[in-house]
Ligand binder design. Structure first.
Ligand code: ATP
Ligand code: BTN
Length: 232
């Protein structure tokens, strides 16, 4: 993939900025900002984006809109972290965690035939007060700041590779997520809209869904606005 990087000092949200470029833009355009004033997670939840972190959105035009595309982002982040000596796991469907703290989140949005894949990765930024218990950064994990340019370079390299794998063979992407998720066998609470499910994770199926054992019944949870909490 040929990446064409647009660098901004400040923006509301790189996803919003990228959305405005569509459709007059080609696949592979990347928007990176030093800080976001209104970074967002799923369901419009706030995403803290102070200077020092990597906040970016890549514009893709896949032949089909597929929820498994979010895994491309999570795998690329996890590979990048590994290159810097940080072991991470993927929390289905869209987060990357180091131990019991979130270091990165992926937000994919669709506009027409395009997909905007937003990736937020805490690199050298401060973790805001309210998130200190639940979030971490590369700097915190390593005890020293890292070269953010190098992080971006690696991340784009891995995004290109995993996107290629996704286009050729989506189940291969899922297989890799399965191996890196740590959720399998765990008891989790899945927060669906006002309707929580507690069950043991059996697997992630090839279509990208989370398969749970809920009181002996097999239940399939499809990607959507669902959050997973580990009970034990
Ligand atoms: P969770 O990440 O709690 O499992 P989720 O994946 O459903 O839940 P999202 O809405 O996808 O949550 O992500 C937004 C959440 O991420 C916010 O509610 C906040 O708790 C957390 N968050 C916000 N900014 C950051 C950040 N810079 N680093 C880590 N976590 C953050
Ligand atoms: C999540 O865990 O909910 C996903 C968070 C995604 C944050 C990134 S930062 C770059 C891009 N711009 C945004 O406003 N959100 C994504």
């Amino acid at each position: 993939m040929e990446w064409n990087v647009i660098r901004l000092d400040e923006v509301d949200s790189t996803n919003e900025y990228a959305k405005k470029l569509i459709p007059d833009v080609s696949e592979g355009t990347v928007v990176v900002a030093k800080r976001q004033t209104s970074g967002r997670g799923r369901k419009g939840r706030a995403w803290a984006s102070p200077e020092g972190g990597l906040w970016m959105s890549v514009i893709l035009k896949p032949p089909m809109i597929d929820p498994r595309l979010v895994f491309v982002g999570a795998l690329a982040v996890s590979d990048t972290l590994r290159d810097f000596g940080i072991g991470a796991w993927i929390k289905w469907p869209n987060d990357v965690w180091v131990g019991n703290r979130k270091i990165s989140g992926v937000l994919t949005e669709v506009k027409g035939d395009f997909v905007i894949m937003g990736v937020g990765l805490n690199v050298n930024n401060e973790i805001p007060d309210g998130l200190k218990e639940t979030a971490t950064s590369m700097m915190e994990a390593l005890g020293e700041p890292v070269d953010i340019g190098e992080v971006l370079e690696r991340l784009l390299e891995y995004l290109g590779r995993w996107y290629k794998t996704f286009l050729e063979n989506p189940p291969l992407v899922v297989e890799e997520v399965r191996g890196r998720t740590m959720l399998i066998g765990k008891e989790v609470r899945v927060l669906l809209d006002g309707n929580d499910l507690v069950g043991r994770v059996i697997t992630i199926s090839d279509d990208g869904s989370l398969i749970l054992d809920v009181d002996g019944q097999t239940v399939k949870v499809v990607y959507g606005d669902v959050s997973v909490r580990i009970n034990r």
